[in-house]
Design a protein around this ligand. Structure first.
Ligand code: COA
Length: 260
């Protein structure tokens, strides 16, 4: 019997649903998934029947962030500078694809989110979360830096101090706290999270053209700055990844049992 793919992409009633599906790995995102998501968003952007895209997860986690195992890092294309030019990494292009996506992007956060699973939410238009979800960016313990334009967007969404607690010191937010600080649009008792789907499919019947026009008005003034922030964050991330301490931190994290 065919196994379900570990990233499920399906179109249903004018919506495209992207589902992280590696529950045994807490939906950690391997490098190869970034290209798949970039392609999916590019196709959804030009498909005149598609009104919106939803990102969600299967199992107990939304996602535990970048898959830092050897398997997960396979196929990663680093920013290259061999010919003196700098081409963006797959991860940077993934964030750029979220920035550029012209139609509504909805996150249905079914459980805990870690790392990029949290930072990408600032680039989503609507974020629904289970009350089981938590939001954790343990960059400092790994020696890493924020991505997903969170260094710019989070202070604006939640206020500077709360963003600093989270991005600098790895403060883990509950779903209610994330709602209170504007990262999450609505929190649902876990057993009621499924109630978001009829709502989302009803919204997917609205005109894609009109939804795109509304999103353009709401987001276009930020496009240039977000692009610059993405480049800066990724340059800093590449620099941090070269630090042998970071490598050691990641090895330690993967070999620990209770990791966070
Ligand atoms: N990268 C690679 N593997 C990951 C992973 C990640 N980000 N997150 C989870 N996994 C793997 C674990 O290594 C483990 O693999 P194994 O079964 O082969 O040992 C499996 O997923 C299950 O995780 P486990 O740690 O046993 O579950 P847990 O419930 O005790 O803890 C987490 C879950 C998410 C708290 C923990 O796995 C963790 O801290 N992961 C790292 C998260 C992280 O730092 N992300 C990057 C932030 S910048």
């Amino acid at each position: 019997m065919d196994q379900a793919p570990d990233l499920i992409v399906r179109a249903e009633r004018n919506a495209v649903i992207i589902t992280f599906n590696r529950p045994k790995k807490k939906n950690a995102v391997p490098a190869r998934h970034y290209n798949l998501i970039i392609d999916t968003l590019a196709q959804a952007a030009v498909d005149k029947n598609i009104a919106l895209v939803v990102i969600t997860g299967n199992g107990d986690y939304f996602t535990s962030g970048n898959d830092f195992s050897l398997e997960g890092l396979q196929g990663i294309d680093q920013a290259s500078s061999s010919d003196g030019t700098h081409s963006p990494s797959g991860f940077q292009r993934f964030i750029q694809a979220l920035i550029d996506f012209p139609k509504p992007l909805i996150a249905v956060v079914n459980g805990p989110a870690v790392g990029v699973g949290v930072t990408m939410l600032g680039l989503c238009d609507v974020v629904y979360a289970s009350d089981r979800a938590t939001f954790h960016t343990p960059f400092v313990t790994l020696g890493l830096v924020p991505e997903g334009c969170s260094s710019y967007l989070f202070p604006r969404i939640m206020g500077y101090g709360k963003a600093a607690e989270m991005l600098m010191f790895g403060h883990k937010m509950t779903a209610l706290e994330a709602y209170h600080y504007g990262l999450v649009t609505q929190v649902f008792p876990d057993e009621c999270l499924k109630d978001v789907w009829p709502r989302i499919f009803a919204w997917a019947q609205y005109s894609p053209k009109v939804l795109s026009s509304i999103k353009k008005l709401m987001r276009s003034h930020q496009m240039q700055i977000l692009q610059e922030i993405n480049i800066k964050e990724n340059a800093c991330l590449q620099e941090r990844m070269m630090d042998p301490e970071v490598y050691q931190n990641i090895v330690n994290m993967l070999s620990r049992k209770s990791k966070l």
